[in-house]
Design a protein around this ligand. Structure first.
Ligand SMILES: Nc1ncnc2c1ncn2[C@@H]1O[C@H](COP(=O)(O)OP(=O)(O)OP(=O)(O)O)[C@@H](O)[C@H]1O
Ligand SMILES: N[C@@H](CCO)C(=O)O
Length: 321
C-alpha cells in the first residue's frame, strides 16, 4: 500500500472547499506506489489524485516537480496537472504533510510490456526531453554517481546478507563508475523513474506519464538507460534486444541521439542499474517494516548490472540494428 498518513473526513472536505472543483463525493486510499500517500477523490466535477508527500520527497523540491508537470502539460505532454486552489496556490498542507491535488489520468500500466509498448515509451521519453527544454527551473540529480557512495555506505557489509560478495562488487563498481562517468552529454529535464508502473496505456496507445517525483536535470541518455533497465528485461533476467531496439528507435524518431550519447549507453545503463540496486538495497535493509509495503528486490538489479558489465556498445541494446 501507499497510504502512510490518514486524513479525517473533515479535513478532506475542508481541503476540497479550497478549490473550485465541486463538492467531495468519495475518497479512497490507493494501494499502488511506495513513496508517497495517494488518494483518489471524486467530486461532483471529476476524479482527482491527492498526494501527501512523505519523507523521501523533499518539500523544497515540490515547486520543481509541480511546476514541471504544469510546464510539460502546457507543451502537450499527457501528464497529471496540479490544480490551483481559489487563492492560486498548488501546494497545500494536509494532516501535517505537504500535499497537492492533481488531475486524474485515464489509463492503466502494463504488467507485461511488449516491444510496441517500449517503442511508445521511447517516443514519449524523447517528447518529455524536448518539452522540458524551456522549463525555467533546474534540480540536481541527488541519485546520480555522487549520491551512490553514501547509499553503499548505509548498506555496508549488510549487503552480503542479500547476495554473497555484494558489498565488494558494489565497491569495485562504484570506483569504476566514478572514474568514467560521462560529464559532457546533452542534458535537460529527465524523468529519472520512468518504470512501467509510471506509464499509462489505454488499449495499445500510451495515454500519459505519471510520478515526476524523481525528475531532475541530468543527461538525456541516462534517462534512456533507466528505461532500458526498467522495460527491456524479461522475467528470467535476460535482456530482450527486440524491446531495446524498439525503445531506442522510438526515442530516435522524435529526438535523434548524438553519437556520444549512443557510445555512453553501456556505461549509463550500468550506472542506472547501480542506482536502483542501491536504493532497493537500502529499502530492503532499512525500509519500513510494514507488511503492507513490500520492498522491491535489489537482486533483480544485480542481474541487470551483470548484463551491462558485458555490454560493449549501443548495438548490444539494439541500437542501429
Ligand atoms: N494523476 C494520476 N491519475 C491516475 N492515477 C494516478 C495518478 N497519480 C497516481 N495515480 C495512481 O496512484 C498510484 C501511485 O502513484 P505514484 O506512482 O505517483 O506513487 P509513488 O508512491 O510515488 O510510487 P512509486 O513507487 O512509483 O514511486 C499509481 O500507480 C496510480 O495507480
Ligand atoms: N522505480 C523504483 C521505485 C520507485 O522509485 C524501483 O523499481 O526500484
Amino acid at each position: 500500500m501507499a497510504v502512510y498518513t490518514d486524513i479525517s473526513d473533515e479535513e478532506l472536505t475542508a481541503l476540497v472547499e479550497r478549490y473550485d472543483i465541486g463538492t467531495l463525493q468519495s475518497a479512497k486510499g490507493i494501494a499502488e506506489g511506495v513513496e508517497n500517500s495517494n488518494f483518489l477523490l471524486h467530486t461532483t466535477v471529476s476524479p482527482f489524485i491527492l498526494t501527501l508527500y512523505e519523507k523521501r520527497t523533499s518539500e523544497n523540491d515540490l515547486p520543481f516537480f509541480l511546476g514541471l508537470m504544469e510546464h510539460l502539460s502546457a507543451r502537450g505532454l499527457s501528464c497529471p496537472v496540479p490544480v490551483h486552489a481559489r487563492d492560486g496556490s498548488v501546494l497545500q498542507r494536509v494532516a501535517g504533510r505537504p500535499a497537492a491535488l492533481v488531475t486524474f489520468l485515464e489509463g492503466m500500466d502494463v504488467k507485461r510490456p511488449r516491444a510496441e509498448h517500449c517503442q511508445q515509451v521511447g517516443m514519449a521519453l524523447a517528447r518529455l526531453h524536448e518539452a522540458g527544454a524551456d522549463f525555467g527551473m533546474t534540480r540536481a540529480n541527488a541519485l546520480s554517481v555522487d549520491g551512490w557512495a553514501p547509499l553503499a555506505a548505509t548498506a555496508g557489509d549488510r549487503a552480503d546478507t542479500v547476495a554473497e560478495g555484494l558489498a565488494a562488487l558494489i565497491a569495485r563498481e562504484l570506483e569504476l563508475l566514478a572514474g568514467s562517468w560521462p560529464k559532457d552529454l546533452p542534458t535537460g529535464v529527465i524523468h529519472a523513474d520512468l518504470f512501467p508502473d509510471n506509464v499509462f496505456f489505454i488499449g495499445a496507445e500510451l495515454s500519459g506519464l505519471i510520478d515526476f517525483y524523481f525528475a531532475c536535470t541530468d543527461a538525456f541518455a541516462y534517462d534512456i538507460a533507466i528505461c532500458l533497465n526498467a522495460w527491456c528485461f524479461e522475467a528470467d533476467d535476460s535482456f530482450n534486444v527486440t524491446k531495446g531496439r524498439a525503445l531506442l528507435a522510438g526515442y530516435n524518431k522524435v529526438r535523434a541521439l548524438e553519437p556520444e550519447e549512443a557510445d555512453a549507453l553501456p556505461l549509463l545503463a550500468r550506472g542506472a542499474a547501480m542506482r536502483f540496486l542501491l536504493t532497493r538495497l537500502v529499502d530492503w535493509l532499512d525500509g519500513p517494516q510494514d507488511a503492507l509495503v513490500k520492498p522491491k528486490d535489489p537482486r533483480e538489479y544485480l542481474k541487470r548490472l551483470r548484463f551491462h558489465q558485458h555490454a560493449v556498445s549501443a548495438a548490444d541494446y539494439g541500437y542501429g540494428g
